[in-house]
Design a protein around this ligand. Structure first.
Ligand SMILES: [Zn+2]
Length: 256
């Protein structure tokens, strides 16, 4: 068996183009965040570049780590101390690259978190709403066989392997469904304005509950991690296919 590799720069350029990174105004740099070795044969993907993910990638002898949540967020402490020091030291000492794609990975029409969540939940997206048009609006696919908000919550539990939190009446009829992965509870108002009968995101906050109750639009908090497992997996599989390299997704469990 011959093991193929791609250069770090070729991979970075390909991902920049494929994910259209220049199009987004984001809270972090998208692309190569930490430079490692020049040749990449194995990519380990994960949701967040935590210490646990880095250690799993080192055990697997990965050349690059590909994540949705990387480092260097706007407003964070810039000092390289504590957990940040530990993470960066592990990457740099082992010459492992870190590639991170935040909003560009949420937004990609096929490989993105919202597109991949739709696949998991058998939803057909037709419209977009909200900031950077990251929110999706659609309906269940014909074979999904769901009619109420409760049916949708049950489908989410089965497909994502995690019971979601439903704010609303389970018996409420499903109209248009809106969704946006991660911490997009702030889009509930936009989802309502877009005509949704129910809105699915990852996290939930105190005001979310009241807005849902007072408007009669149901809200489903399906988990930040649980809703964002799929984009980075699809992206990792895509680059493995494109360049003939190896890819492995590592799911570091997170109940949030
Ligand atoms: Zn996220």
């Amino acid at each position: 068996m011959t093991l193929r590799t791609v250069t770090r720069d070729e991979l970075a350029n390909y991902l920049a183009q494929t994910l259209n990174i220049a199009q987004y105004r984001d809270y972090c740099p998208n692309g190569l965040q930490v430079e490692g070795r020049a040749e990449i044969g194995l990519v380990v993907s994960g949701v967040t570049a935590s210490q646990a993910l880095i250690e799993a990638a080192l055990d697997l002898k990965a050349d690059a780590i590909l994540v949705h949540h990387g480092y260097f967020w706007r407003g964070e402490d810039a000092r390289v101390i504590g957990t940040k020091h530990k993470r960066l030291k592990a990457l740099l000492a082992n010459d492992v690259n870190l590639f991170a794609y935040h909003l560009p990975l949420d937004g990609h029409p096929e490989l993105g978190n919202n597109a991949q969540l739709a696949r998991q939940l058998s939803l057909a997206g037709s419209d977009r709403f909200g900031e950077e048009k990251l929110g999706w609006l659609g309906v269940p696919e014909a074979d999904a066989n769901i009619a109420t908000v409760g049916d949708l919550a049950l489908l989410i539990e089965r497909r994502l392997g995690r019971a979601p939190l439903l704010i609303g009446e389970p018996g409420q009829a499903l109209g248009k469904i809106a969704w946006c992965t991660g911490a997009a509870q702030g889009f509930l108002g936009d989802a309502i304005a877009a005509g949704a009968s129910v809105y699915i995101s990852g996290e939930i906050s105190e005001p979310t509950v009241h807005l849902a109750r007072e408007t009669g639009v149901a809200y489903i908090a399906a988990g930040h991690h649980a809703t964002e497992r799929y984009g980075v997996q699809a992206l990792g599989a895509h680059v493995a296919d494109r360049f003939g390299i190896r890819h492995q997704f590592v799911d570091v469990d997170n109940p949030v």
